[in-house]
Design a protein around this ligand. Sequence first.
Ligand SMILES: Nc1nc2c(c(=O)[nH]1)N[C@H]1C(S)=C(S)[C@@H](COP(=O)(O)O)O[C@H]1N2
Ligand SMILES: [Mo]
Length: 309
Amino acid sequence: MRFNLNLKECEVTSRALWASRRDFLRQTMTAGLGGWIAAPLVAKAGSLGAKPNPAFRVSDPTTPLEKVTTYNNFYEFGTSKEDPAQQATDFKVRPWKVVVEGEVNKPQTFDLDDILKLAPLEERIYRLRCVEAWSMVIPWIGFPLKELLNRVDPRGNAKFVELISLMDPDQMPGQKNAVLDWPYREGLRLDEAMHPLTLLTVGLYGDVLPNQNGAPVRIVIPWKYGFKSVKSIVRIRLTETMPVTSWMKAGPSEYGFYANVNPAVDHPRWSQAKERRIGDFLKRPTLPFNGYADQVASLYSGMDLTKNF
Ligand SMILES: Nc1nc2c(c(=O)[nH]1)N[C@H]1C(S)=C(S)[C@@H](COP(=O)(O)O)O[C@H]1N2
Ligand SMILES: [Mo]
């Protein structure tokens, strides 16, 4: 990789970053743990150089990078856990644009480089709990979604935020199957989207997002089931009415709009009381709001969470 030394640091970072993603993936796949656990906090070309935010770090041991990148749900690249790592290798994540539109005063199309300049990148260690009752602990890199939403000046009647993934069956072979109503769509209430925990995410373990984890930009909402954390986002739409999400369409009795992690409300086909942390043998109890109740329970005060699942 070549650098133009006249570029400013931020430009070097944003350009070198994506150019180096292939090297990164090669290294992660071959080096395994030893090479990469130490690497994330070292600022160097090809790393995002994000500052760890101590206010958002769970103390649980992090899930090995090898697991984070080989055990995925990303139905656009196949429905089995190994599919995304194998089928997303050639996914083109540059150039990439994100349209932000709807009930806003300043609709805008952001290039990925613009997004990277909106706010300082932070490293946050979050638990992520899948509705399938497994979980991981991942050092994500990004900044609060509200930093982006504030740029477009939401109107007073904006109540919800719809997050939409790329539609491109040529690149995403899974979209040739009607397992979901493509493109993948999820939604949040505006106050959930504006919550400081809701992270617009561009990296993990110190570097850019691997394709299978939703490159180049995704959302991570740690108190909700993993399916809310939309990957490879191209469109964000603010709306007055509650959007219908891909999973609600696929199974309205199984996947609600809120999808807050709740051990007391079972999925119709299985219990949500416990989860298997990837890498562990025994299951552990699932915590209300995935352990983030202190920060987010107040968003739902007065709501019946059995009905609003
Ligand atoms: N576009 C899109 N986003 C998606 C999915 C998907 O199939 N397509 N799967 C979701 C589910 S079910 C989970 S558990 C998480 C998994 O994220 P990870 O593979 O980075 O751990 O991504 C979510 N985001
Ligand atoms: Mo999931």
